[in-house]
Design a protein around this ligand. Structure first.
Ligand SMILES: Nc1ncnc2c1ncn2[C@@H]1O[C@H](COP(=O)(O)OP(=O)(O)OP(=O)(O)O)[C@@H](O)[C@H]1O
Length: 910
């Protein structure tokens, strides 16, 4: 028995097969042979309902009157429709039969009944249908069983039940008999198959069996020789079995409840065809508007041999206007036929509720439940841990990457952050060779926090760590923990860590951890029960919960490490803090090199990467990747064979400045102002020692509201700036406005951004960098929250104001002196710009002569002698808007901050 249950899949299939064989063919022949098989010589035909069928008196009466032939009350011969009601007997009519069936063969054996030819054919047709839906192996099993039935037949008892079903509805006893026989047959078949298989199973022969043995031997090597070889089977219902069972159930249903088991007739038809002939047994008024006619089946069968009315479930119906009218009509008819009141047709009244009527009140509830289910599935869709729907809401949404197939990133793909790679390498070696650390009693850091501006490669580095370690990688964003339901975040964290532990060794990467890891009690957290606080607490708990041998490493990425809760950063949680800044020139070269690997170009790689790196100060890895891709797209658009330097430069320009706005046409006066404004900047950049020389200036309007832009070549990656450099840069920034003043009667709003930069620089010099003798060596945080309560006195505030003003005035004077001296040169540059709209470094060399200071060697290598084809624009807006200048643990050094401010200068947007 146990073996049988182990083989439940086969059993189910075999059971299905038996049911098929028992039911399907019979159901078909059954319907076809209803009329014939239901015809048994009945002893009598009832005359009226009060006389029971088979009453010999009625039969005698009829036979006596007709000489032994069956006649009706009106004297017409049975088997022929009354005039005007032929349609009732036609093929489509209510009394038509549905095909004759052959006489079935009787079995040789008293227990088994052989299948008729028709039944065998039905079996074959069912098999061909099943074959389409089942896998070949399953279909073969079904076929074998079918063959067996064809050969041996079905038990006579089953046959008996099926026969009975033709005349009366399925009762519980018959159903039980059927089920018990079907089960018995299924078991017999199953045990027979098992016996056959175990007989043939003497040792692994086929490749499949060998493989099976190999796999088994892994877990069970101790099997003794001679021990029985039991094959284990998983208990599961496959789709094929399910479909076949459903199909068979449908057939059984159709057998018991044929769809055409009723026919509507008129009162007139009822009267002439049945009532007048004494065939009506009883009438039932349903819901006061419909009457069901129950006939004497045997009598009807004799009179109308082809009528379906002999079938147990078949009924005629007719409609009535009202119960009163119907009763009157019936009484009249019975009176006219002279039926004594004691023998009148009984009429009963019922109220029946159809399935539809039962379901209708439930429809809104069902719809509601279904829609909630649907919405929850949509909301929870895409859960990588296989969870979806409302029941999977607490499941983690982390995407799991398979290290063998999906995480193909390696450290070589992450360019320009050698120190960060070095730091994180330790995690790789821990995940690869944990023994080396555990042997010496070392505790491995639990996690590392990767912080830095967007697109600098934090996720990439985490992926590379997983790729190098060859372990699974769970990636999730902090915001994915947060849901409107309280407790969901914490539950997702639990689920994530649980999954990770199951897959250890592995790496979890939580991107944008600041979404849930903000310092508690500060902005964002409203109270002790805040959902995010709960989520953070769960992260803290889970990270504590690892034991030292659990090889689960948690990496997290954030752009705002300063807002994180200190508890997250303490040793034992995110032990390592790895700051990843935008790449330096050398870093950019390497990032370009990585991304240029897939690009078709014939440029000299060294020169190309060097030049592109010089053109893209302040770019992150993601910007660089975007530029390279954009260049390839531009080249493809122009049907070029390969990507050239011009394509790259256009791409950089497009990425930063946006698309050229051809539709935005400046009027000549505006254009002139822009040209003189830019020329002022260019002259200062050329003649101030510490300013940056111009690379390119354009007065073509672009997206993002810019009327033009200029790019200046920084003197390298500066991290510190002295007062002279700052003054020169401020003077150069003011040059646009000064040039306007010198050349026009009035000034424009175009310099507002320049003033913003200058003010920020001067303020930082005074309040942070100790560059004002009057304020001294003080540092005042540039904190928004201190707007109302300044950390300095009113007198200090006035001093700061006056010092900032003095510095800017100095810069202005320095600028004005130079531009007054070089007024003619400004004119030359501006006119050149007006005529060409875009001028480059070479144009300046031509107009102004060589710059009178030593150039940065690295840059001149890439820009001198190239025909001034470069097109470097300012870095993107979001990159340039730096955090408060200077100070703070995560704020770049002053030099870098200024560098960024400087990078954006030249933008003429209002
Ligand atoms: N150092 C790098 N070397 C090569 N490619 C890089 C580098 N940094 C960034 N990239 C490119 O930029 C893309 C985006 O990087 P990534 O998603 O790692 O940035 P991130 O720092 O995680 O950004 P965010 O903070 O917005 O999540 C990478 O897929 C890669 O193509």
């Amino acid at each position: 028995m146990t073996t049988l249950f182990r083989r439940s899949s086969s059993l189910a299939r075999l059971a299905t097969t038996h049911i098929d064989t028992n039911v399907c063919p019979l159901s078909r022949s059954l319907r076809r042979s209803i009329a014939r098989t239901a015809y048994h010589p009945a002893s009598t035909i009832r005359t009226y309902s009060t006389v029971k069928p088979g009453d010999p008196k009625d039969g005698k009466n009829l036979n006596a009157n007709t000489g032994g032939k069956q006649v009706t009350r009106d004297g017409s011969r049975p088997g022929k429709p009354a005039r005007g009601f032929e349609s009732l007997y036609s093929d489509a009519g209510p009394l038509s039969h549905r095909g004759a069936s052959d006489a079935k063969q009787q079995t040789d054996s008293p227990q088994m009944s052989m299948l008729t030819k028709e039944e065998q054919e039905a079996l074959d047709s069912l098999l061909s249908t099943i074959r389409k839906g089942l896998p070949a192996s399953d279909a073969n099993a079904v076929e074998k069983s079918f063959e067996e039935f064809k050969r041996k037949g079905i038990p006579s008892e089953v046959r008996e039940v099926m026969e009975n079903l033709k005349n009366r509805p399925l009762d519980i006893a018959s159903a039980a008999k059927l089920v018990s026989w079907t089960g018995r047959l299924a078991r017999e078949q199953a045990s027979k198959r098992i016996a056959e298989e175990s007989k043939g199973f003497v040792g692994p022969k086929s490749g499949e069996e060998k493989q099976g043995k190999k796999e088994k031997s892994k877990g069970d090597d101790k099997k003794k020789p001679g021990e029985m070889n039991f094959k284990e089977f998983t208990a599961k219902l496959d789709t094929g079995t399910f479909l076949a069972t459903a199909f068979v159930a449908y057939l059984l249903y159709r057998t018991v409840m044929p769809s055409e088991n009723s026919k509507d007739i008129t009162f007139q038809e009822f009267k002439t065809t049945f009532f007048d002939k004494g065939l009506v047994d009883k009438l039932t008024v349903i819901n006061r508007h419909r009457v069901r006619v129950d006939l004497h089946r045997e009598a009807t069968g004799r009179m109308y041999p082809e009528s379906p009315a002999q079938h147990g479930n078949f009924r005629y119906y007719f409609s009535i206007g009202s119960v009163e009218a119907f009763e009157r009509q019936l009484e009249d008819v019975q009176n006219s036929l002279g039926i004594p009141s004691s023998e009148r047709i009984p009429v009963s009244y019922v109220n029946e509720t159809g399935w539809i009527n039962v379901l209708m009140p439930l429809a809104p509830t069902i719809l509601f439940v279904l829609s909630i289910y649907w919405f929850s599935r949509r909301a929870g869709g895409g859960g990588a841990s296989g969870s979806s729907g409302i029941f999977g809401i607490g499941k983690s949404k982390a995407k799991k990457f398979n290290h063998e197939t999906e995480v193909q990133v390696r450290f070589k793909d992450v360019a320009g952050m050698d120190e960060a790679k070095q730091e994180i390498m330790e995690f790789v070696s821990f995940l690869k060779t944990p023994d080396q650390y555990q042997r010496l009693g070392a505790k491995i850091p639990r996690g590392a926090l990767l912080s830095g501006p967007p697109g600098t490669g934090k996720t990439l580095l985490a992926k590379a760590t997983a790729g190098e370690s060859q372990v699974p990688f769970f990636s999730i964003s902090g915001s994915e923990f947060v849901e409107i339901f309280v407790g969901v975040g914490a539950s997702r964290v639990r689920d994530l860590f649980q999954n990770a532990r199951k897959n250890a060794p592995c790496i979890i990467f939580i991107d944008e951890i600041d979404a849930v890891g903000k310092a508690r009690g500060k902005g964002g957290f409203s109270g002790g029960n805040d959902e995010r606080e709960g989520t953070l607490n769960q992260i803290l708990t889970e990270m504590d919960g690892f034991n030292t041998t659990e090889q689960v490493v948690v990496l997290a990425g954030t752009n705002r490490p300063d807002v994180l809760d200190q508890a997250l950063l303490r040793p034992g949680r995110f032990d390592r803090h790895i700051a990843i800044d935008r790449p330096t020139t050398e870093g950019r070269k390497q990032v370009f090199l990585v991304h240029l690997g897939k690009i078709v170009t014939s440029e000299d790689m060294d020169h190309l990467t060097g030049r592109l790196a010089a053109l893209t100060p302040g770019f992150s890895g993601a910007d660089i990747a975007n530029c390279v891709n954009e260049a390839a797209l531009i080249a493809a658009r122009t049907s070029a064979d390969k990507v050239t330097m011009t394509h790259f430069e256009q791409a950089i320009e497009r990425v930063i400045g946006g698309l050229e706005k051809k539709s935005l046409v400046l009027n000549p006066e505006e254009k002139r102002t822009v040209a003189y404004h830019e020329a002022g900047h260019a002259i200062c950049g050329w003649f101030f020692k510490y300013a940056d020389p111009l690379l390119k200036v354009s007065i073509i309007p672009r997206g993002r509201g810019t009327l033009g832009y200029a790019q200046y070549l920084p003197q390298g990656d500066a991290y510190l700036m002295n007062v002279n450099q700052l003054m020169d840069r401020m003077a150069m920034t003011l040059a646009g406005r000064v040039s306007e003043e010198l050349h026009f009667d009035t000034v424009t709003s175009g310099a507002s951004d320049d003033f913003n930069k200058v003010t920020r620089m001067a303020t930082a010099m005074v309040t942070k960098w100790g560059m004002s003798s009057k304020i001294g060596y003080l540092f005042y945080e540039d904190d928004q929250q201190q707007q109302l309560h300044k950390p300095f006195s009113e007198a200090t505030a006035q001093n700061i104001d006056s010092e900032v003003r003095r510095i800017i005035d100095d810069a202005y004077k320095q600028c004005r002196d130079l531009l007054t001296e070089k007024k003619k040169e400004i004119g030359l540059v501006a006119e050149e710009l007006l005529s060409k709209e875009v001028i480059g470094r070479d144009d300046l060399v031509r107009i102004l002569g060589k710059r009178p200071f030593d150039e940065n060697k690295e840059f001149s290598k890439y820009f001198d002698g190239t025909g001034g084809k470069s097109a470097p624009p300012p870095p993107p807006q979001e990159l340039i808007d730096p955090p408060p200048v200077g100070g703070g643990p995560n704020v770049p050094t002053p030099g870098v901050a200024i560098q960024r401010i400087w990078d954006r200068r030249g933008d003429l947007s209002s």
